[in-house]
Ligand binder design. Structure first.
Ligand code: SF4
Ligand code: SF4
Length: 401
């Protein structure tokens, strides 16, 4: 079946060895007029170098303030099937595990009410369904929710928390990321579905510093697994890596960010107090190195993409916290963080921006976390802890001077 729109520019994106979203859209277009007009409008955008999507009015489902992003075509006469093209966010399961049955269920419902186009997954973590009209929203939501699915967050709310697959498959996970995220998702149902914050707030959980969910760059609150003990070394396995051709000097010693690894050609040594748990050496020499001791997480706050102001990476606020069910300490900390931000932020101001404006000191005071050496934004250059006179009085008593 030939498609109604010619797409010479989009066709270029099907060339080469990579999978192409254009090919997938064409497949969907064979049975979905919405996908077909979506292709047509996109081709026109490529030709004219203009975007034709516009926001207009708020759309959603009864009782929810988020989860649906309203989208409309600026060219409804030319592309009537995409006059409405709303996006639906479905709250993904922790770790993005689906059974085939679950995926079929999602797609079967989506084919009946929407364009058939999906995005697995959006950068927040949700399963994203691309393109439906306003009339379909309530019946679509009724079908999904009756089968146990829920909408994700959108707008100025707690966005759908997400995590790496953690202990379900990964030996490096320092805590159960999936359980934490499931718990936080249940805890924050109200904040997720009823936008009442100054702006968006994202929580991501990574089991270790490899950070497979990019929490350090893409979440306002990153929970990154770490450990307190030494890195245990199996020297026989180190030798096998060397015998197998690994250049330990260049690939491990030379790449350690804190310069705490040494190797004399026979024995690998790690100056553990200097190690910042970056995971590089462990990820490269999995069989030879492993963490030990108490496990938990580092809480980093403040990253964001460059929407209103420039992009930010998170920085350490709590160097170590235990992450064990029922997660009371973690939940109370997050509640204090959100409360300070919500009390002080201007509309559309992320927490990282607010900390930059107000300073780290009032933030730490408000959330009840003491200043610690790990809380430096740019190590050895830009410490932001300022001491008050009374702090010195406590430390330097008259007896000492
Ligand atoms: Fe494993 Fe760490 Fe990646 Fe999580 S972030 S999947 S624990 S390597
Ligand atoms: Fe160095 Fe990172 Fe290995 Fe620690 S984990 S020893 S900082 S490479």
């Amino acid at each position: 079946m030939s498609l109604k729109h010619k797409t010479p520019m989009l066709d270029e994106l099907e060339k080469g060895p990579w999978p192409s979203f254009v090919t997938e859209m064409k497949k969907a277009a064979k049975k979905s007029p919405m996908a077909e007009d979506g292709l047509g409008q996109l081709e026109k955008s490529y030709q004219t170098k203009l975007g034709y999507w516009k926001h207009g009015g708020i759309v959603g489902v009864l009782g929810y303030g988020g989860g649906v992003i309203g989208r409309y075509s600026d060219l409804p006469e030319e592309f009537p099937e995409v006059a409405h093209f709303h996006t639906i966010r479905i709250n993904q399961p922790s770790g993005w595990y689906y059974t085939t049955k679950a995926l079929r269920e999602i797609c079967e419902i989506w084919d009946r009410y929407g364009s058939g186009l999906t995005n697995m997954h959006g950068s927040t973590g949700d399963l994203v369904l691309l393109g439906t009209n306003t009339e379909s929203l309530e019946p679509l939501f009724a079908e999904y929710s009756s089968r146990g699915w829920d909408l994700g967050g959108s707008g100025s709310c707690l966005r759908t928390p997400s995590c790496c697959l953690g202990q379900s498959r990964c030996e490096w996970a320092n805590y159960d990321t999936m359980d934490v995220i499931y718990n936080l998702t249940q805890e924050y149902q109200d904040e997720l579905h009823r936008p009442a914050f100054a702006y968006k707030f994202k929580i991501k959980a990574a089991g270790c510093a490899c950070d497979c969910v990019a929490s350090i760059a893409r979440s306002d609150c990153a929970i990154i697994g770490t450990w307190k003990g030494d890195i245990l070394i199996d020297q026989a396995e180190v030798k096998k890596y060397a015998d197998g051709g690994m250049n330990i000097q260049d690939e491990i010693v030379g790449m350690c960010p804190t310069e705490c690894v040494s190797y004399d050609g026979k024995e690998l040594k790690i100056n553990n107090p200097q190690c910042n748990r970056c995971m590089h050496c462990i990820a490269k020499m999995t069989r030879a190195l492993r963490p030990s001791g108490e496990r938990g997480a580092t809480i980093c706050i403040g990253s964001k993409a460059p929407i209103v102001v420039g992009s930010l990476l998170s920085w350490v606020v709590v160097p170590f916290i235990k992450v064990e069910a029922p997660y009371t300490e973690l939940k109370e900390l997050i509640a204090r963080i959100i409360e300070w931000w919500d009390d002080n932020a201007k509309p559309r101001e992320r927490i990282g921006e607010l900390i930059e404006v107000k300073g780290m000191r009032p933030f730490l005071e408000a959330i009840g976390v003491p200043p610690q050496p790990q809380q430096v934004k740019e190590p050895r250059k830009d410490p932001f802890i300022f001491f008050k006179d009374e702090d010195f009085e406590k430390i330097y008593t008259k007896d000492k001077y």
